[in-house]
Design a protein. Sequence first.
Length: 566
Amino acid sequence: MSEQISNTAELLSLEELKEKAKTVFANDLERVEPIQALSANDLVVAEGNSLLQKVIVGNPDVDIAALVNRLGNSDWVKQGRQYHEQEPEICPFCQQSTDKQFADDLTAFFSEAYDNDIQALRQLQVSYGSACETLLATFQRCVETRNPFLKQDLFNAEAQSLAERLKSNQAILSKKIDEPSRKVELESIEPFVIQLQSLLAEANEATNEHNQMVANIDIEKHSLIGQVWRYVLNELSDDLQQYLQSKDRLDRAIGAMAQSLREKSALLNGLRDQVKELEKQTTSIQPTITAINDLLLKFGFTSFSIGEANGGRHYRINRANGDDASRSLSEGEKTFITFLYFYYLIKGAQSPSGITANRVVVFDDPISSLDSDILHIVSSLIKGVMEEARGRNSQIKQMFILTHNVYFHKEISFHKKRNNGDAMADESFWIVKKSADSSSVHRCEKNPIRSAYELLWSDIREKNVSSVGLQNALRRILENYFKMWGGIDNDEICAKFDGRDKLICQSLFSWVNDGSHSIHDDLYINHGEQTNEAYLRVFRSVFEKADQVGHYNMMTGIIAECEELD
């Protein structure tokens, strides 16, 4: 409303504002050079030269003058004079012999005044041609400036028409010189010149306005913004008036609405009680029973199903003949049906008043005692819950998934949008590690689980790994990589060492094979940090001697660094 009161800008049309905005807010706004002025005064003055209308003839006092004038062919005589000068004794007209008197009369006929007029005509022709070239060069410079405000097509058309008229006038001058006794008249170029000057003046005026705008661009932008607001205010004058009237009515209504709001707030507690009653009426275990039975049939569990018990308040596991099947289920069946119950529980509630409550869901190793097919089913269902939890309106606000199974972790952590194992924005990876009397929790920036083999290497990289854990990891790595996969015997590897390192290598294999299967009594054997370091050094040398150091470097560097939490 302050803009409506203070705006005094000029009211422009929408098209004018658009055109002005193209210039004022252009990214490449630059100054434009003006176009050179156009002048053709010399050519216009030449059109009125008196020689063009003058009959230029020879001296009338000469004997042959009367004959030449009566015949009206002085121009023809003038041309014949040139031939007589080459052969003074022969008449150029009748080819008869001539005397000196004829030559003198012919020379006297074309007097000094005649020659002066002819010379003036020639000078006029030269100056006219020079002025034409200057004017045409000016046309070319005007075009080469590429002034955006010059109407190029119209200017080029007018310039072409003027050039053709100048060429015609030059031909008329040449004819006058050839026939001095003939009266001639040059065609006027002034209409073309006036039109061209008008086009240039219009372009230069727009150029000056543009350059002034460039010099004062900040002021022009501020002015244009004001003009735009002025246009908007003018277009919306009726709407603004209606707005003010509506605002006044609404202000008066706000007071009444505030009072009504207080009354509605008092009613809110009663509505909450009604919601609780409605939840009780809509709570039923039958939809869950139907859904679980459908899944059981789809997955091939046909020997039992879920039914109601205790008046529809509890569930019952039934055989096909109606007997209770709860005591005869296998461990896998129990685990699976327990998972399905929990799966549908997180979508509802155990009490009638908790249906709409937010919740945190924890899956603790849900695939224990399940075969591979059911593992895929459970993984798929849990991933569906994960996607549901990612929804903005989901009642599941947080999920925890705990597992010892590497394969299940791989299935549940797969996501097509995951990049190079990185944790997505709404998730994190953790590892819980147990020591002698406590457990530690590590957070990982990347998915730390690739395979069981990679987990062994992860243990080796740990700084505080126990002696027993290190023995087991070293044995399984050496057996898997060299013996099972590579087909290389222990003795073959030890043979690649010499001296003390060979003894350490043999001791390594002996310690690995012994220590990984039993825990030594510390009374007889004490493995300290120095012993661990020695065997780890030789462990690396095993890969170097076997030309497998690339695998060692890769495996010791692929596990993401984890930050231990207090």
